[in-house]
Design a protein around this ligand. Structure first.
Ligand SMILES: Cc1cc2nc3c(=O)[nH]c(=O)nc-3n(C[C@H](O)[C@H](O)[C@H](O)COP(=O)(O)OP(=O)(O)OC[C@H]3O[C@@H](n4cnc5c(N)ncnc54)[C@H](O)[C@@H]3O)c2cc1C
Ligand SMILES: NC(=O)c1ccc[n+]([C@@H]2O[C@H](COP(=O)([O-])OP(=O)(O)OC[C@H]3O[C@@H](n4cnc5c(N)ncnc54)[C@H](O)[C@@H]3O)[C@@H](O)[C@H]2O)c1
Length: 453
């Protein structure tokens, strides 16, 4: 006999934890099922520890800029401080008691174990059957995708989890994949004196973003001593118990490194989750949903599993929509036109909406402008560390911005105005007649708007 509840949330990452807590606070009988740690990837092995490392790496980098700006400063990097802060302040030594208590305080019930759909509105956790009157929410996130490189599977390669929990840094590391994780981790480790090589299969780093973003990321990483190889393919990997040997296509000699970090994207495992029990395709890459995050009758999905961008803010945004829908409250459909993202390298590389290429591929009549930070008063004043640019992508027929990239020391913060402009479709003509504070980085907007062609 299955236990009757109102809602079962499978997976308590950022989206699932929010859903379970909010629905419980609204008075529903909610069971949250979690196989590992309540909070998911983001607080324990993702966003939070990586940004804590980056904060530390940026402090070192700023200190190293002192001679050019202000005199002398000597820094002696100590990874122990970073690892300690991640252990004590961010992850409580990878212990989720506080998060589990938070859910309980809201009235939610936690069932630890791996959940599997066994029918519409039915979940089984280690033999325990749960029947959800209102329905089930799938929020099980994603896992590292390990490419089928010969030899790789048999080696002790690292994923983000090993890098985020490293007590000591290796002397050398090869990073497979130059996307968000690869770029962020490579720069931080290099700043803490690890010799890093990034091997990216595409023609540039951050391949999903504007070409200018990839170029800037490459220059920034190289300035920190990282070897960046693009358009590169690994043909074989071996490990002899002490170090990795990595063969690249077209190179006569293999490369050696103490560690190999695999950061080649993520995937969601649908077959293991039993999605066919709800009539869904277990071989699909993601769970398709409608605008209210419904995947089937009595089934919702949020977060990485929906394939709409692997970001915590997307998971939380979708969770808010699903909460409304489950509670029977009307609200707008999910809208991804102004999806913002920030790669927290130094400089930060932030973008919203479409890239120029994506806008052109959609058949839009596109006008663009690219303005290097150095051409603005603030960029020039900032000097070392001020590298970056502002790029605008306009749909010329509608006279609105459909995409933008802001890269620089505070590129992620600068994005907020651009995010509003793309989301609210503020006419470019109106943006041209705004007052932009002098001398900020965002004042470059005025010149960029004037330069749109
Ligand atoms: C190194 C790194 C840095 C990142 N930095 C950022 C960043 O700066 N900003 C940003 O927005 N995003 C960042 N991300 C991405 C972000 O972490 C994810 O997009 C986000 O965590 C996804 O949330 P989610 O709700 O889909 O679930 P997840 O966080 O993926 O959690 C899913 C949970 O479900 C559980 N689970 C899985 N299967 C089952 C099952 N069958 N039964 C029970 N439980 C199950 C898992 O144990 C996990 O706890 C980063 C990711 C990484 C790896
Ligand atoms: N700041 C942030 O918001 C942030 C930071 C880290 C991660 N994340 C999220 O986590 C997810 C995973 O990050 P990620 O960096 O693993 O994925 P990603 O998709 O950002 O980048 C993966 C990179 O690996 C490359 N690649 C794939 N196979 C390869 C191979 N065999 N050899 C060489 N290169 C190969 C791809 O071309 C791509 O550039 C991302 O989708 C991102 O949304 C976000």
């Amino acid at each position: 006999m299955n236990e009757q509840v109102d809602v079962v949330v499978v997976g308590l990452g950022p989206g699932g934890e929010y859903l379970a807590g909010t629905l419980a606070e609204a008075g529903l009988d909610v069971v949250g099922v979690e196989a590992e740690l309540v909070g998911g990837e983001c607080p324990y092995w993702g966003c939070v520890p990586s940004k804590m490392m980056i904060r530390a790496g940026n402090a070192l980098a700023e200190a190293r800029r002192v001679p050019a700006l202000a005199g002398q400063a000597e820094v002696a990097p100590d990874w122990g401080r970073v690892a300690g802060r991640i252990r004590d302040e961010a992850t409580d030594d990878w212990n989720d008691t506080a998060a589990a208590d938070r859910l309980a305080a809201k009235g939610g019930r936690l069932v630890r174990g791996r959940g599997r759909l066994t029918g519409p509105r039915q979940v089984t956790v280690d033999g325990r059957g749960l029947e959800a009157r209102r329905g089930v929410v799938l929020a099980t996130g994603s896992r590292p995708r390990i490419p089928p490189v010969p030899g790789l599977a048999a080696t002790p390669y690292w994923t983000n989890r090993d890098a985020m929990s490293a007590k000591e840094l290796p002397a050398s590391m090869l990073v497979l994949g130059g996307g968000a994780i690869g770029a962020e981790v490579a720069q931080v480790f290099a700043r803490f004196t690890c010799r890093v090589t990034v091997v990216e299969g595409q023609a540039r780093l951050l391949a999903q973003e504007e070409p200018e973003a990839g170029q800037l990321a490459t220059e920034a990483l190289r300035a920190d001593g990282v070897t960046v190889l693009t358009g590169a393919r690994v043909s074989q990997v071996a490990h002899d118990g002490a170090e990795f040997t990595v063969w690249l296509e077209g190179e006569a000699e293999p490369r050696h490194a103490e560690r190999l970090l695999v950061a080649t994207g993520r995937y969601s495992e649908l077959a293991e989750l039993g999605v066919e029990a709800a009539g869904l395709d277990p071989t699909a890459r993601a769970v398709p949903t409608d605008g209210q995050m419904r995947a089937a009758d009595g089934l919702w999905a949020v977060g990485d599993i929906t394939g709409r961008g692997a970001f915590t803010h997307v998971s939380m945004y979708q969770a808010q929509i699903a909460v409304r829908d489950i509670l029977g409250r009307p609200g707008p459909d999910a809208d991804y036109r102004a999806l913002p993202r920030v790669t927290f390298t130094d400089p930060e590389i932030a973008a919203v909406g479409l890239t120029e290429r994506q806008a052109r591929d959609r058949g839009l009549r596109v006008r663009t402008a690219v303005l290097p930070n150095a051409s603005s008063t603030r960029g020039w004043i900032h000097g070392p560390g001020g590298e970056g640019f502002l790029k605008l992508v306009e749909d010329a027929d509608r006279g609105v911005l459909v995409g933008a990239t802001s890269a620089g020391p505070a590129g992620g913060e600068l994005l907020s105005g651009l995010n509003v402009a793309v989301h609210a479709e503020v006419p470019v003509e109106r943006l041209r007649h705004m007052i932009y504070t002098y001398p900020t980085f965002h004042r470059a907007m005025e010149a960029a708007l004037a330069a749109l062609r």
